[in-house]
Ligand binder design. Structure first.
Ligand code: MN
Length: 244
């Protein structure tokens, strides 16, 4: 079965006997979305060991960079502001390395939420550390509704990878207090919310593999919004097409 790698995260156990013990994990919704797209999900643990990453990439055909905590602003040359959220420097280091190694192999990359922000900073872009400090972003991007609810529109660019799965406009869920500020070279914006915030980017350079990134959480919508399941199916097909 064709395999897709998913970037893992660390969580400290709260159980009394194992308190403080770190676990490597990926949310079940990603796992189910990859199964649903007909591929085998492979969880990549948080590591700074290049050989470990390379040997896992050997058996995958593409990677999904998953959602999570904020990226350290030091990565894009800024000091932390008061509105910055939780960080995981270990995960930053791991995913920057994973992204670079996948890029060198020309693997298709799918970035979700933090994953989109990671792709942007890895390629030299910057982020708004806290969009609540930016008056022009008036839409509620940290929704109070449940995970499977869709709460705001995004308008999708013509001739994009996204439009094939989702059409010109669609409703998405939203849990982010950060966003792309300066877009990295080699990327183009393929969707925005109606307050102008960047909600999706794709690679736009002949030397780059297909990179598709979204700011929302499609993995939470694959059983309720057919276009979101199609996004995962199309990504798996893209990976298969490029695997020799
Ligand atoms: Mn949003």
């Amino acid at each position: 079965m064709f395999r897709v790698g998913l970037s893992g995260a660390l969580i400290a156990d709260q159980d009394q006997h194992w308190e403080g013990s770190n676990r490597h994990y990926v949310n079940d919704a990603y796992i189910r979305s990859v199964y649903g797209a007909g591929a085998a999900p492979l969880i990549i643990p948080v590591t700074d060991d290049r050989d470990v990453i390379d040997s896992i990439l050997d058996v995958c055909g593409g990677i999904i960079l998953t959602g999570g905590v904020d990226i350290s602003p030091l990565v894009y040359g800024e000091e932390p502001i008061r509105g910055l959220g939780k960080l995981s420097p270990q995960r930053d280091e791991f995913e920057l390395l994973l992204f670079r190694r996948a890029l060198e192999r020309s693997y298709p990359i799918f970035g979700v939420c933090r994953g989109m922000q990671l792709v942007n900073v890895a390629l030299g872009g910057t982020l708004y550390q806290n969009i609540e400090d930016v008056p022009e972003f008036t839409i509620q991007h940290v929704q109070q509704a449940c995970r499977q609810a869709v709460t705001h529109h995004v308008d999708i660019e013509d001739d994009s990878y996204l439009i094939k799965a989702l059409g010109e406009t669609c409703l998405v869920n939203s849990w982010h207090h950060q966003a792309i500020k300066d877009l990295a070279p080699g990327l183009r914006v393929t969707a925005r919310s109606r307050d102008g915030l960047i909600e999706a980017v794709e690679s736009d350079s002949p030397g780059m593999p297909p990179i598709v990134c979204v700011q929302w959480h499609p993995e939470e919508l694959t059983s309720t919004v057919p276009g979101m399941a199609k996004l995962f199916k199309n990504f798996v097909a893209l990976c298969k097409d490029r695997t020799p």
